[in-house]
Ligand binder design. Structure first.
Ligand code: CO
Length: 220
């Protein structure tokens, strides 16, 4: 698309298609949003949150960054998380990674990207933590496994925030999940790291890590 005006044409066609399906769609959405899910995913253009789960505008609150990182000092991510949990009262938080992630690849291959290297240091921390586990694998398996491990670690980070801990403390129903998406087949997988209460964090982390060991890595 050489001319950016094409985007407006696409938008008009999309909005009119939506109105054709439901004349009140935009009117209803303009009143309020009540999403059930917060999605924390990678910025990768191939992993659009609503599209891959077939949900409409209004259904998912979204935060995306390079390599779906949850850093405790990231005011952007924390603000999204706090708004989603305290104001929107989402029921589920999903950290979604994906196979074929360029950020993960840059970390594994020690590629220099620029400023982003500093951001990806968070993923390098995950790699360092699991060096022995990763070293035992061949190249393509290492990539897939680090994509998975990064999700599991970021799920733990979500669970350890004061925002999520406080929600559980006041018995607000809230689950944190780790998913991974296959760019090559469009399929989403559960990494079995679902945490429903602060008391489950350590046990669920162990369940997810041992499930990885039994999972055959067939993703390139
Ligand atoms: Co990515």
């Amino acid at each position: 698309m050489e001319d950016i005006s094409g985007l407006f044409e696409l938008n008009r066609a999309w909005a009119s298609g939506m109105r054709a399906q439901d004349a009140e769609f935009f009117n209803k959405l303009s009143q309020q949003q009540a999403p059930e899910y917060l999605w924390i995913g990678c910025s990768d253009s191939r992993v659009p949150a609503n599209t891959v789960v077939g949900l409409l505008p209004g259904d998912i609150f979204v935060h995306r960054n390079v390599a779906n990182v949850v850093a405790h000092s990231d005011m952007n991510c924390l603000s999204v998380l706090q708004f989603a949990v305290d104001v929107l009262r989402v029921r589920h938080i999903i950290v979604c990674g994906h196979y074929g992630c360029s950020g993960i690849q840059a970390v594994l291959k020690r590629q220099r990207l620029g400023l982003a290297d500093n951001w990806l240091r968070y993923v390098r921390d995950v790699e360092d933590k699991h060096t022995a586990r990763l070293r035992a694998l061949v190249d393509t398996e290492q990539h897939a496994r680090l994509c998975e491990l990064n999700v599991i670690e970021q799920v733990a980070h979500v669970c350890e925030t004061s925002i999520v801990r406080d929600a559980w403390e006041r018995n607000q129903p809230l689950s944190v999940h780790g998913f991974i998406y296959g760019i090559q087949d469009g399929i989403l997988h559960d990494l079995h790291t679902t945490v429903r209460h602060g008391s489950e964090i350590t046990a669920q982390y162990e369940v997810a890590i041992s499930a990885l060991g039994r999972r055959s890595v067939d993703i390139k």
